[in-house]
Design a protein around this ligand. Structure first.
Ligand SMILES: Nc1ncnc2c1ncn2[C@@H]1O[C@H](COP(=O)(O)OP(=O)(O)OP(=O)(O)O)[C@@H](O)[C@H]1O
Ligand SMILES: Nc1ccn([C@H]2C[C@H](O)[C@@H](COP(=O)(O)O)O2)c(=O)n1
Length: 224
């Protein structure tokens, strides 16, 4: 079984995917983390974020490993001194600002998608186009939204920042990612603006129960 959770930036995709995956007893995979790791490596190497051949060459000599840890996905780069955990560095404002340029390149989308399609189900996959381009035959699909203000307020709780600036950056990133961020026709859309995290997870699990994909059992309070 593959469950897809797509949505706009900071709509709660990773947090919801994590909660749903825990309830289902399966891992979740973050496609955005692969785009972010590739962007981080390019920024560090001084590679042009629009130069697909140079980016693919860089990725060929940079062995990345995505690990679906229970507390969240992590991405590691293998090197002569051992592995470097790139996860925190892949979530900076610099990577946020650059990642959409790289993610527009079909060659880079192919690179990410090949890695995702090589994974063995069951899993929950989160991103922008999991339910459309990558796993169109998924068992269940969800698409999360929330107002830019709500998303910015949630994000500044994680990374101290100016809420107006964060909101403007989210709106700009939504616009740059719009092409690959369209909900699948058969996705269940959830506006999370008025819901807390357990509430969103419960809504997804309720839908999975309705479709017979999950037996009814766990209390919502165990899932956040
Ligand atoms: N329904 C909710 N209510 C309150 N806070 C939430 C809710 N959903 C997510 N959050 C919080 O919002 C922040 C962003 O969530 P998360 O990182 O899961 O979003 P995302 O869509 O994966 O982000 P990105 O697109 O940047 O990778 C986190 O701090 C998370 O705890
Ligand atoms: N399936 C995906 C996942 C991510 N992206 C791009 C667009 C985002 O701005 C960026 C980072 O993703 P996030 O961590 O915000 O989920 O990666 C994409 O184009 N397709």
């Amino acid at each position: 079984m593959i469950v897809t959770i797509d949505g706009v930036a900071a709509s709660g995709k990773s947090s919801v995917a994590g909660g749903v995956a825990r309830a289902l007893g399966m891992p979740y995979v973050s496609s955005g983390l692969l785009y972010r790791a590739a962007t981080l490596l390019a920024l560090e190497a001084g590679t042009d974020l629009g130069d697909a051949p140079a980016l693919l060459q860089l990725l060929e000599r940079s062995p990345l490993r995505l690990e679906p840890l229970p507390e969240g996905n992590a991405v590691f780069l293998a090197g002569p001194q051992g592995e470097r955990d790139l996860t925190a560095d892949a979530h900076t404002g610099e990577v946020d600002a650059g990642v959409s340029a790289l993610a527009q390149l079909p060659e880079l989308r192919g690179w990410v998608n090949a890695r995702l399609r090589a994974l063995t189900p069951p899993f929950v996959a989160e991103g922008r186009d999991m339910g459309t381009a990558v796993f169109p035959g998924a068992s269940a699909k969800f698409f999360l939204t929330a107002s830019p203000r709500v998303r910015a307020l949630r994000r500044v709780k994680e990374r101290l920042d100016d809420v107006d600036a964060v909101e403007a950056a989210l709106i700009a990133r939504d616009a740059k990612d719009r092409q690959q961020s369209q909900p699948a026709a058969d996705a269940h859309r959830i506006d999370t603006s008025e819901l807390d995290l357990p509430g969103v997870i419960a809504a997804v699990l309720a839908e999975l129960e309705r479709s017979g994909l999950k037996p009814p059992r766990q209390a919502v309070s165990d899932l956040s």
